[in-house]
Design a protein. Sequence first.
Length: 524
Amino acid sequence: MKKAFTLIAAACMLASTAGAQPTDALQFRHSLLSNLVKAPSRAAYAPEEAPEIIYEAEGEAKNYNKTYFINYMGEVEETSAAATIVFGADNTVYFADPIAMMPMGSYIKGTVEGNKITVAYPQYLAEDEGETYEIALVEITGEMDEDTGMPVANIQEPGTFTYTIGEDGVITLDPLPENCALGLVYCGMMYFGICESDVVYTPDNREVVTPPADLETTTYSYKMNDNYGHTVQIGFDDKDVYFTNVSTDVPDFWFKGSIGDDGKIHIANLQYMGSFMGALEIYTFIAKPIEESPYMAPADPDAEYTFDYDPATGKIYNGSSDLILLINAGNEEIKYLCQISSNGFWKQESYAGVPRDPYDLVWEEGKNFNYFDFYLPNVDVDGNLMLNENLYYNLFYDGEVVEINPEEFGSDSNFTDIPFDYNKNMIVRDRFDGAHEIGVKVWGLESIGIQLINIVDGKEYRSNIAEIKFGSTGVDNIGTDASPVVSSEYFDLTGRSICKPGNGFVIRRDRHADGTVTTVKTVR
């Protein structure tokens, strides 16, 4: 769960899931752009004022299929992506995320005259603490910089490039100078190793799943797994059932099901939900489980996923046991935003309850600060969903509650109850699955712990304190206030399972009598 504390531009990163779980979950986390080597002072141009970054574009948005050649760190490949172009007033045109491999949620602006679109460069795509990322014209040299390990390209002087609009609506990037491409540039002075050429936008006329304008929805609870979930919106239109916010990465996207003669809700495969961040095509995607990695494979295109449905309670439950329903980036390969749990969806009147204990606590010592990683469930001990806005947690040093302060943690003020979704400087909230991390600038502790708090209608419900205790050689035990360990597994630092731990650092995963699992790095 290691993360940098300076994070910018959202990008797609594949992550693995431990155990017999699918390994290609596509989690939208922040790209660690700021960790790259800073550029040498050889600017071809330099911003003289605060960058203008376009995050909203007014006008008529049209969807396209974008085909292009991507040059990534010297490797060239022909590929495609979803794309959005907005046609605004006064002959303005806005291209969403012009570097499809690095979607940043911003636009570049051009002007239409006749059948030509003219775009000036450089234009800013993102900014983080004074560090900027721009699109510019770059000349590829094929050389590598020995100091930075990055490809070398000559950043061209400011100018323009153009597109031609065909009679069929296809928009084609006009030929660029020899060996030149549209590239990502850092701080106006270093090529970032990603560029595009031979770009063609073809109108995309696929129908996106859209609910009726007058559809009324109801709030349902939903669990991604036994320890984490969120609320979703579900609406019924006669026999049609519409779902939204099932994936929190695309909260406004919809898919639908239909109530069949058998009373079940049938969900069709490969429903087009829309394009995300101007680059990714989002579909429902039905897979089938397999024994070998990645533990799932695409099902037949005409496959259906079903849920049982109880009209009296509104409960949607018992998903198909022989299939897996995904919200997926693409309609061919499995790269999913979320796997929809077979647990289903239910209405919940109260969100009060005692939280389950924090779990999978990991401590790792660093040079300037130590990493304390842990997971916070948002499900109570009875399996009901709790709301993130009601949840807080306390950090404990040697059994004493820690006051969060600007000096140690980079907070804006002093407080002890940390909001569940708090994400600032040394306290990181990774959106996926309740993962959290705190940078701890303290050494010599005897123990460090976490307690989760659910506050509903002024009443507090507290979990046990999950705790790591330190021995003379490092971490020697971990757990909550109770529940003995019933079994242990060992892994090396690459995550590979090992039968017998040797000397050095070992990851130990303990399973407790109450069913909870805790993880710790230990020294042997």
